[in-house]
Design a protein around this ligand. Structure first.
Ligand code: G6P
Length: 611
C-alpha cells in the first residue's frame, strides 16, 4: 500500500526520500510527492511513478529535512491534487499518510463550518487541516501536542509523517494500524513504512506500535504513548541487506524471486531439520508445545496467496496431524463473530506481517483467548511482534507484487509445523516421518531442477500469450496450487483465470471449454493421479488445450497432454513446492510477452494495510 519515507540530517533530504520511495514503490505506485523545509516548506507531487516526480524536483526542494509518499489510491482518483503530501491552509504544514480516516466526512463538515476549505478528495487532507485548526485555537502549542490532540478525534488507521515550517528541526510521526519505523543513524534519522527504505543508511531500527507518536530530530528521537508518556523502545538490528532489495541482473524482481527459491527454501529449512534423527526444531513454537500437542482445531486466517498456502496447510494438518482445520479469509473471519474456545490454535499467514485484515483477524482471535501463531516473512512486522509465537520464512524481502518465494516459504513452514505436530501427537509413523524429512531436505535441489525447464514453460507462454481465459485444475494438494496459478496469471497479465478442484469442473466451468481454452492441469503423481487422468480425458473430449504440470514418471498424463511442464517426483505432501514453480514462470512469461509491468501490476499493492 502507500509508502512513507522521511529524513532529517545533513544530507539533501529529497535525495534520501526519493531513493527510499523508489524502494517502496512496489507497495503502491499511482502517484508520489515530497515536502522539504528550507526556510519555507516546499511541496512537489504528481500522478505517476517516483521517477516522474524526481524529474520535477529542483533547487527549491533543497533542504535537510523532508518527507515523501508513494500512493495507492483509496479516497479520490490518482491525480496531482490527490497526491500526498497534503497541506494546511497556510501551506506551512505537510502530511503524508498511509491508512484510512473513517470519519473524515464528519470531520470535514465540522471544519468547513469553521471556514476551512478543502482542495482534494482525500481523507488525508483532513489531518493537515485538523492539526492546523488545533494550532490556530491554541497558539504556542507544540507541534507534537497539536498532532496528539488532533489524532484523538480521528477514527480509522494511520501511519503519518508531519512537517511544519515553523518547527524545521523535527518530524512528527504517529502510528495506528499502519506500519512505521524509525531508522536510527548518527547525526541523522529516517522514518519509513518499510525497512527497505532505510537499509542503505542504517541497520538500527525502532518499530513504532499502535497508539505511539514520535518526535524525531537530527540527533535523537522520543517515542510517546497516547497518554504522552515517554517510552523506552528496543532498538532492533535490521536483517535486510542491500543486495536483497536490488534486482541483481534480472529484468524484474519477480523473476529474481522465482529463481531464488532453491535458496530461500533452503534458508527456511536451515537449522530446523535433522535428517538422521528425523527431528524438527522450531524455536518460535517452543513456548506453545503443549497447545500444539493438545489442539482440538486449527484455524488458519490469511489473504491472497497466503490464503492459498493456508489451504495447502489444511491438507497437511489433516493428513499428517489428524486435526480438523478451517481456513478463513482473514477479511471475513472477524465479521463472523468467530466461535473460539479451548483447544483452538489460530495460525495467521502473512508475507508482510502487516496486512490489515490478517492483523485484525489475529487480534480478534487473541481477544477471544485463542493461541495465535504467525507464519510471517518480514522480521519485526506487527503480526510477528503481536502473535504468541510463530515461524519466520527467512525468504528475504519479496518485492515483486505477485508473491512467489513467500508462497513456497509458507508451504515449507506449514510442512514443518504439520510434521512437528504429527510427531507430538503420535499420528505419524517414524518411518514416514523420516521419509518426509529426508524428502524435504532434497526439495531445494528439486526446485533448482524444475527451474532448468523454464524454456519449456516459455514456449508454452509464447503460444498462449493472447488467450483470453485460462482454467487451472488440481486435486488434493494440487487444488490450492491451481488457485495460486490462476491468481498469478490474473494478477500480472490481466488474463481472466480460474482455479478449480478438478472434479468440480463438471459443475460449471466445463461449459467454457472449447478448442481455444488452455486448461492447466496440476498432475503431480499422488493418490489422485488416476482420477486426474479421467478429468484430463473430459477436457480433451471437448478439445480443451491441456497443459500438464507433471513428472516424466507420470507417463499417462504426459501422453494425454498437449504440452508438458516437467517437475521431479517427490512425496505427495511436498508436491506444491514443485508444481507451483512452472505456474509462476508461465504467468511471468505471458505477462512479459503482453508488455505488462510484472513487478507493479495495475491496481495491486504488495502490502494491503487498509481493510
Ligand atoms: C496482496 C498481495 C498478495 C498477497 C496478499 C496478502 O494482495 O498483492 O501478493 O498474497 O496481499 O499479503 P500478505 O503480506 O499478508 O501475505
Amino acid at each position: 500500500m502507500c509508502g512513507i519515507v522521511g529524513y532529517i540530517g545533513n544530507k539533501q533530504a529529497k535525495d534520501v526520500v526519493i531513493k527510499g520511495l523508489k524502494r517502496l514503490e512496489y507497495r503502491g505506485y499511482d502517484s508520489a510527492g515530497v515536502a522539504v523545509i528550507n526556510g519555507a516548506l516546499s511541496v512537489k507531487k504528481c500522478k505517476g511513478k517516483v521517477s516522474v516526480l524526481e524529474k520535477k524536483l529542483g533547487t527549491s526542494e533543497n533542504g535537510n529535512i523532508g518527507i515523501g509518499h508513494t500512493r495507492w489510491a483509496t479516497h479520490g482518483e490518482p491525480n496531482d491534487i490527490n497526491s500526498h503530501p497534503h497541506t494546511s491552509t497556510t501551506g506551512k504544514l505537510a502530511v503524508v499518510h498511509n491508512g484510512i480516516i473513517e470519519n473524515y466526512g464528519a470531520l470535514k463538515q465540522k471544519l468547513q463550518k469553521e471556514g476551512y476549505e478543502f482542495y482534494s478528495e482525500t481523507d488525508t487532507e483532513i489531518v493537515a487541516k485538523l492539526i492546523e485548526n488545533m494550532m490556530d485555537k491554541n497558539p504556542g502549542l507544540d507541534l507534537e501536542d497539536a498532532v496528539r490532540l488532533s489524532l484523538v478525534q480521528i477514527n480509522g488507521t494511520y501511519g503519518l509523517a508531519i512537517l511544519h515550517e515553523d518547527h524545521p528541526d523535527k518530524i512528527i510521526v504517529a502510528r495506528k494500524g499502519s506500519p512505521l519505523l524509525i531508522g536510527v543513524g548518527e547525526g541523522e534519522m529516517l522514518v519509513a513504512s518499510d525497512a527497505s527504505a532505510v537499509a542503505e543508511y542504517t541497520d538500527k531500527v525502532v518499530y513504532l506500535d499502535d497508539g505511539e507518536l514520535a518526535v524525531i530530530t537530527k540527533d535523537d528521537y522520543q517515542v510517546l504513548n497516547s497518554h504522552d508518556i515517554e517510552l523506552t523502545k528496543e532498538v532492533h538490528e535490521l536483517a535486510v541487506s542491500l543486495e536483497e532489495i536490488e534486482k541483481g541482473g534480472y529484468p524484474f524482481f519477480m523473476l529474481k524471486e522465482i529463481f531464488e527459491q532453491p535458496k530461500t527454501v533452503a534458508d527456511c529449512l536451515r537449522g530446523r531439520l535433522n535428517v538422521e534423527e528425523g527431528t524438527i526444531n522450531l524455536g518460535g513454537l517452543s513456548k506453545v508445545t503443549e497447545e500444539l500437542k493438545n489442539a482440538k482445531r486449527i484455524i488458519i486466517a490469511a489473504c491472497g496467496t497466503s490464503w492459498h498456502s493456508g489451504l495447502v496447510g489444511e491438507y497437511l494438518f489433516e493428513w499428517l496431524a489428524k486435526i480438523p482445520v478451517e481456513v478463513e479469509y482473514a477479511s471475513e473471519f472477524r465479521y463472523k463473530d468467530p466461535i473460539l474456545g479451548e483447544g483452538d490454535v489460530v495460525f495467521v499467514i502473512s508475507q508482510s506481517g502487516e496486512t490489515a485484515d490478517t492483523l485484525a483477524a489475529m487480534r480478534e482471535a487473541k481477544e477471544k483467548g485463542a493461541t495465535t501463531l504467525g507464519i510471517v516473512n518480514v522480521v519485526g512486522s506487527t503480526i510477528a511482534r503481536e502473535s504468541d509465537g510463530g515461524v519466520y520464512l527467512h525468504a528475504g524481502p519479496e518485492i515483486g507484487v505477485a508473491s512467489t518465494k513467500a508462497f513456497t516459504g509458507q508451504v515449507t513452514v506449514l510442512i514443518l509445523i504439520a510434521l512437528k505436530m504429527a510427531q507430538l501427537r503420535n499420528t505419524i509413523t517414524e518411518e514416514k516421518s523420516k521419509r518426509l524429512i529426508k524428502a524435504l531436505s532434497e526439495i531445494p535441489e528439486k526446485i533448482a531442477e524444475t527451474l532448468k525447464h523454464s524454456d519449456e514453460v516459455k514456449r508454452i507462454a509464447d503460444l498462449f500469450t493472447y488467450a483470453p481465459n485460462f482454467l487451472y485444475l488440481g486435486r488434493s494438494y494440487s487444488f490450492p496450487v491451481a488457485l495460486e496459478g490462476a491468481l498469478k496469471l490474473k494478477e500480472i497479465s490481466y488474463i481472466h483465470a480460474e482455479g478449480y478442484p478438478a472434479a468440480e469442473m463438471k459443475h460449471g466451468p466445463i461449459a467454457l471449454i472449447d478448442d481455444m481454452m488452455p486448461v492447466v492441469v496440476i498432475a503431480a503423481t499422488n493418490h489422485t493421479s488416476d482420477k486426474m487422468v479421467s478429468n484430463i480425458e473430459e477436457v480433451r473430449a471437448r478439445k480443451g488445450r491441456i497443459i500438464a504440470v507433471t513428472s516424466p514418471e507420470n507417463k499417462e498424463v504426459k501422453e494425454l497432454a498437449e504440452f508438458n511442464c516437467t517437475i521431479p517426483e517427490t512425496e505427495d505432501e511436498l508436491t506444491p513446492l514443485l508444481s507451483v514453480i512452472p505456474l509462476q514462470l508461465l504467468s511471468y512469461y505471458i505477462a512479459v510477452n503482453r508488455g505488462c509491468n510484472v513487478d507493479q501490476p495495475r491496481n495491486l499493492a504488495k502490502s494491503v494495510t487498509v481493510e
